[in-house]
Design a protein. Structure first.
Length: 128
């Protein structure tokens, strides 16, 4: 069964060539506090999105941009990651960058991830 947020993502994929996916860094894909968080599934989904041609950018407060870029490239195979900006910012000027979905440990990460996975599965593979 498709729910509203999954349907919205599906409609956006049908209308545009790719989704823009904002990914928080600390405690979403990187265990900032070294608590032993298992973030491998999230990292795999984000890397899969990038591999399918969707735009992924880091949306983070982490000031060590070299570390963030290096992590995305080496740990997730996403080179040239943009930080707090994306290719559509010129169309949507303002303080908040545009995105279709936000993956953030402080903003409903598991719900957003589930919606994204369901929409991707249906759109790219024809099944849920």
């Amino acid at each position: 069964m498709i729910i509203d947020t999954e349907l919205r993502l599906l409609k956006e994929m049908q209308k545009h060539p790719y989704l823009v996916i904002a990914v928080d860094f600390d405690n979403t894909v990187y265990d900032y506090h070294k608590q032993g968080l298992d973030l491998e599934h999230i990292k795999r989904v984000v890397a899969q999105c990038h591999g399918l041609g969707h735009e992924v950018f880091a949306f983070t407060c982490n000031q060590d941009t070299d570390f963030v870029k290096d992590f995305f490239e080496k740990e997730m195979n996403i080179p040239d990651i943009q930080i707090n900006t994306n290719s559509l910012d010129h169309l949507y000027p303002g303080r908040k960058p545009f995105f279709n979905v936000l993956l953030d440990d402080r903003a409903g990460l598991h719900s957003a991830l589930a919606d994204l996975q369901a929409a991707l599965a249906f759109y790219h593979y024809g099944k849920l």
